[in-house]
Design a protein around this ligand. Structure first.
Ligand code: ATP
Length: 457
């Protein structure tokens, strides 16, 4: 059931933000109370940007029908390319998204027996009997397309004027699966704006994105994320201090996270816009060299994993201050069993000695948090698990335990490859969790740079 054939061209816009815009509406008292962190917003904001759609509004609304209807109407009035609603598709009284969309769009709700069968089958496959309350989940606004179930809450989308209204379940993994399988392809294939309706301002393109896909029309958008590790935002600011960061042809933004600073370039998909993006990218690469670990795409764990796999090398980890986080990062990647052999969480000195063979005298002379110990830990786990490479972490995560010589945040990262061991010393900022997470990423980054050097030598 769809009325896609009737949809007018998407994305005609006026106002300060040029190009295709998107909006997000999150429903749920638990989000407003602070019981649940709105991770769906982070996910959707990033995915929209991937599609060259710039999020202009994200609103969290109570589980209240009037409030939701008002929010949807206000959003529709701004004529975005897409409005994504998250949550409120469950079977309970406070799940009101279906009703709110129907009312805001002026469409009746219709029952779909085949959808009810699918929900019933989903329950049965897990050995449950569907309750009566779930019946309401099989109703969706007239003309909407059902998004195939991932859990038990069906999503749907419907074109309304130039806007795709999408309703997704609040459960993050269900939302992500539906986004990837159904919503993203629909948005990528959205119609090019026609001159007649796009004449009031910049308008949307069909899914131009990233370094690869931008079409060459003036209205298309390109986004590029240049990912760096080991530099601060101020270094990037310095690099572009003469640049107009708001140049509409190529706008620069940064995002600092524990896995590094990302430079986010947003530009027009025109030939001139793409040339500017290329020039900025080249300037970053020229100045930062191997501190750039990727453009778009993968994170440090995936990149290190690919490099190990390509070189047919195995890795093990010996972790003190990261307490298993490094092994977790490496095994986050599907297929990591091809190169990750295992790890030792050697928190106590006795374990460093007994399991990893760190000499007692070394620990007494230099301490557990030292270059020598980091080196011995890496070599110890490499020998123990008979791998080609190994990483180690030892540091003072805090909040206590720091001294003037060894302050909180001090971390030594060891890396041994092909009989050559190197250790890097850093002082990580932040509280205990940030210090530990940064240390894990720093270890992955050291592995990446060492593997890169091994190829260049
Ligand atoms: P279900 O039928 O599975 O409950 P639903 O669409 O009704 O789906 P909600 O009831 O709104 O979803 O939320 C279900 C759970 O999903 C919440 O308890 C919460 O843990 C999580 N959740 C909801 N919204 C978000 C969000 N924006 N970010 C992260 N988690 C969320």
């Amino acid at each position: 059931v769809t009325d896609q054939g009737k949809r007018p061209p998407a994305g005609a816009r006026t106002g300060a933000v040029s190009g295709a815009t998107g909006e997000m509406i999150f429903s749920g008292d638990e989000l407003l109370r602070g019981d649940t962190l709105n991770t769906n917003q982070c996910y959707l904001g990033e995915r929209l940007l991937d599609l060259g759609i710039f999020a202009t509004h994200a609103l969290t609304v109570a589980d209240d029908l009037d409030a939701m209807v008002q929010a949807i109407r206000a959003s529709l009035a701004r004529r975005p390319v897409v409005i994504v609603l998250s949550g409120g598709l469950g079977p309970t009284e406070d799940d009101l998204t279906r009703e709110a969309v129907a009312e805001a769009l002026g469409r009746p709700l219709e029952h779909h027996e085949d959808l009810l069968d699918a929900i019933r089958a989903r329950f049965a496959s897990r050995g449950y009997v569907m309750g009566d309350s779930n019946r309401k989940q099989a109703t969706i606004p007239r003309g909407a397309t059902v998004i195939p179930l991932t859990g038990t809450a069906p999503g749907f989308f419907v074109w309304h004027g130039p806007t795709l209204v999408v309703a997704l379940p609040g459960v993050p993994w269900e939302l992500k699966q539906m986004w990837q399988a159904t919503v993203e392809p629909v948005l990528r294939d959205r119609p090019e704006p026609e001159a007649a309706s796009g004449s009031h301002g910049a308008s949307a393109s069909a899914g131009a994105s990233g370094s690869a896909g931008a079409s060459n029309s003036d209205s298309s958008q390109a986004v590029r994320r240049i990912r760096t590790f080991g530099i601060g935002e101020s270094t990037l600011a310095e690099l572009f201090k003469d640049y107009d960061w708001h140049d509409p042809e190529a706008t620069i933004g940064t995002r600092a996270h524990l896995d590094g600073v990302t430079l986010i370039l947003r530009g027009r998909g025109s030939a001139e816009g793409l040339r500017k993006l290329d020039a900025i990218q080249q300037r970053v690469l020229d100045v930062l060299g191997d501190k750039v670990y990727g453009v778009d795409g993968e994170g440090l764990s995936e990149i290190a994993g690919h490099m190990l796999r390509e070189r047919s090398l195995t890795v093990a980890v010996a972790e003190s201050c990261t307490g298993g986080m490094l092994g977790k990062c490496l095994t986050d990647v599907p297929g990591s069993s091809a190169y990750f052999m295992g790890g030792v969480t050697a928190y106590d000195n006795q374990v460093k000695m007994d399991v990893l063979g760190v000499p007692a005298g070394m620990l007494a002379q230099y301490g557990a948090v030292s270059e020598e110990t980091a080196s011995a830990m890496a070599e110890g786990v490499r020998d123990l698990l008979r791998t080609d490479c190994a990483l180690s972490t030892t540091g003072i995560a805090g909040p206590d335990g720091g001294t003037p010589e060894k302050p909180v945040g001090l971390v030594y990262i060891g890396c041994t490859i092909g009989g050559v061991t190197t250790v890097e010393r850093s002082i990580m900022y932040g509280q205990r969790d940030q210090v530990r997470e940064r240390a894990a990423y720093a270890a992955l980054d050291l592995l990446r740079r060492r593997l890169l050097q091994a190829v260049e030598e």
